[in-house]
Design a protein around this ligand. Structure first.
Ligand SMILES: O=C(O)c1ccccc1N[C@@H]1O[C@H](COP(=O)(O)O)[C@@H](O)[C@H]1O
Length: 208
């Protein structure tokens, strides 16, 4: 089953690095539009950064829906990842404009999966990331056993601190709604610069 997991690599900041990542056959490329992040694309990103045939994901934290729509049009995003406290209404507004939506949830041992119910039928994917003060990109894992409590119908991405040595553990996860993995800081030489060999080995192991 893990052979078919979607692979999203997040935090693209360099055109050359994006081209190398893309050549690995990943499914989705993520771009961070959140100023405080070390992976923020910046105010005037290089146009080449976005010249990709892969599905492009704009990542936002509590951003205004109209601002998101403008940026999605500018950069031709297929997906929008909402990584803050966005509500179902905001997700619905973006969805109604033809965008696919990934809604992130911050996981800790107190997380109630019932909080995902209001987003069912509105968003395309959930993304379960570790709860920290930074919103995302923490490099920290949550307790993956918590996923056993997720009984919803929306497929999800596993996220939060996934690293080069995790392929075997991910392959053991047998959740019917696990759709993909989100790879970020665990595969970096520096924020926004992915280590291609680490990604190559991990992807090969995951698909084996
Ligand atoms: O990567 C960031 O800096 C970031 C900032 C704000 C929101 C989301 C961000 N990235 C997302 O964070 C998760 C987990 O990343 P990590 O593996 O723990 O580094 C991932 O879904 C990224 O898309």
């Amino acid at each position: 089953m893990t052979k078919n997991l979607k692979i999203k690599v997040c935090g693209m900041k360099s055109t050359q690095n994006r081209e190398q990542v893309e050549a690995l056959g990943v499914d989705m490329l993520g771009y961070i539009f959140y100023g405080p992040s070390k992976r923020f694309v910046g105010d005037s990103p290089d146009a080449g950064l976005f010249q990709s045939d892969k599905a492009k994901v704009g990542v936002f934290v509590n951003e205004n829906a109209f601002e998101i729509l403008g940026l999605a049009k500018n950069f031709d995003f297929e997906y929008i990842q909402l990584h803050g406290k966005e509500n179902p209404k905001t997700c619905g507004i973006l969805k109604s404009q033809g965008l696919n939506i990934i809604k992130a949830f911050a996981m800790d041992d107190d997380f109630k999966f019932s909080s995902t119910a209001a987003f069912e039928g509105i968003v395309d994917y959930f993304l379960f990331d570790t709860k920290t003060k930074e919103h995302g990109g923490s490099g920290k894992k949550f307790n993956w056993h918590l996923l056993e409590n997720y009984k919803g119908n929306t497929p999800f991405f596993l996220s939060g601190g996934i690293g080069p040595d995790d392929a075997a553990e991910i392959k053991k996860l047998n959740h019917p709604m696990l759709a993909g993995v989100d790879l970020n800081s665990g595969f970096e030489d520096e924020p926004g610069l992915k280590n291609i060999e680490k990604l190559r080995k991990f992807i090969a192991e995951l698909k084996k």
